[in-house]
Design a protein around this ligand. Structure first.
Ligand code: ZN
Ligand code: ZN
Length: 135
């Protein structure tokens, strides 16, 4: 085991997540890291993802039926999932502030955690014409 090589792979995994705003899956991260390290295995990518998650550098999102997604933003924020393309977007922080303020004044006690996901069709998909022969 070569420690330097391993940390370089972890750097590549981290960099890809940090540069992505759409919460990539392990498969997407794997195919990217593979371009830099052709011999890397999916297992190695998962191991690095777990290490980064344990270190609190990234957050794992598992609220879809599909594979887990990885988030560069570990603070509480809300997500928007497009039901057409499956992309996960971050909701603007103003939405959170408004909801948190409303909850603070109405909750019967302290609120320690919460999570919110919105579903819809993203503007990218709304721009695309409907493909008739595809369900
Ligand atoms: Zn979409
Ligand atoms: Zn996010």
């Amino acid at each position: 085991m070569n420690a330097t090589k391993n940390s370089k792979k972890r750097d590549a995994v981290r960099a890809f997540i940090m540069n992505s705003s759409t919460h990539p899956t392990a498969d997407e991260i794997y195919s990217h890291v593979k371009t830099e390290f052709p011999k890397v295995s999916l297992g190695t990518v998962y191991r690095n993802l777990n290490q980064l998650e344990e270190a609190g550098e990234i957050k794992r999102l598992s609220f879809t039926d599909g594979p887990d997604h990885y988030d560069r933003d570990t603070s509480i924020h809300y997500h928007y999932i497009c039901r057409k393309c499956g992309r996960i977007y971050d909701m603007p922080s103003g939405v959170k502030e408004a909801i948190v303020n409303a909850v603070k004044s109405g909750a019967p006690g302290t609120v320690e955690s919460h999570d919110l996901v919105f579903y819809g069709v993203c503007s990218e998909c709304l721009k695309k014409p409907e493909i008739k022969d595809k369900v």
